[in-house]
Design a protein around this ligand. Sequence first.
Ligand code: PMP
Length: 442
Amino acid sequence: EAAKLDKKTQKSKEMYARAQKHLAGGVASSYQLRDPWPIYLEGGSGPRVWDVDGNEMWDFHNGFGSMVQGHANPIIGKAIADRYPKGTHFAAPTEDAIVVGDELARRWNLPKWRFTNSGSESTMDAIRIARAYAGRDTVMKIFGSYHGHHDTVMVSIGVPYGEIGDKDDLKSLPYGAGIPDATVQMTVAVPFNDADAMERRIVALDKEGRKPACVIMEAAMMNLGVVLPEPGYLEAVREITKKHGIVLIFDEVKTGLQVAPGGATELFGVLPDMVTLAKGLGAGLPTGAIGGTEEVMSVVEDGSVYQVGTYNGNPLGVAAMRANLLDVLTPDAYKHLAHLNDRIVGGCQDVVDKYDLPGYAVGIGSKGCVTFAPEKVVDYASYKEHQNGPLADLAWLYNMNRGIFMTPGREEEWTLSITHTDEAIDAFVAVFDEMARDLTTG
Ligand code: PMP
């Protein structure tokens, strides 16, 4: 399968060689790399993309889950085209920002909002606000969760530098080089789906005079495939953080616009103190947002925290967000996504059952995956123990060779767009069926 893909992506190979000259590593971002070369895309329309070799594919990658609207959505296109002749950047407020703020407050039940330009900026600013509000420095996160590329959260994600440690004393490990150890040690990780471990660690840190300012987490872990919260877990986390006066941040960069009108917060019915958004919000434009309670956001309102950025609330971005939120991602759009996701999860689970594969299908909103593991994955440790990486890699090759565009990372999941159809779902399930049949019949 790998040789087959190499053969049909020769123009990508050439571009990669050309790109090496002045792009570091031949790409714009390290997460665009894959062996032996990245696939260079040329365009996309609705649920389809095509690469520079002319391979057309159903897009289940969707820009790491940013393109829930589908590619080149005409409503978003009109909003951008209407804005452009009136100027795209002033670093002064425009009316669209007010409308978007109102709509986000309505959807998330959190009254105060600010804008950013990416998921990383959202989590970076939210953590600063939480630290200022709580008057403490330590940050608690879930071991294995990704929250962007700033130093505070590039901790305890993969385990490139050693063992994880005991679950009550998980190590703080840098994710890649260049992160100061003092920063790494200020971030403490606990396992997902274990509220008791969180409580014990908070009490232990408090005794050391290092009580966390905030817990930043995803309501469902979205970078080990999809790991759903066990019943009662999020409620317990809410109780614990409230009891200890710790700001609870739901990082909804991957779940915010993709799973329900009000994201995972609405879906699971647990209200955090802050949420962070990005992917899916600006319909492919680099935008993000932070929402919070009156109390927590008071440190921005009274001027003690600078939440700033030249491009925050950029007119083009807020115009896209406004159209996206009001005219594209409507309640009916989420119903369509739920219908399609039920079908793809159900179809994949049928294949797993039919061929008795070691795994299970799991989904949330527009997103999901087949987790290749004989046991249910509930946290990072169980993912490491059970996940069958080679099978995940093979599934990716099968997809790419049969017209399904997916992220090469084992940890990612599919994202559907509102332009996907039953035909796209059938195509995906058919490829999975073919792989399962080939595997079981040798
Ligand atoms: N938080 C989560 C949960 C994410 O999945 C990501 C990106 N994968 C980020 C933050 C960072 O977003 P960005 O890449 O836009 O900086």
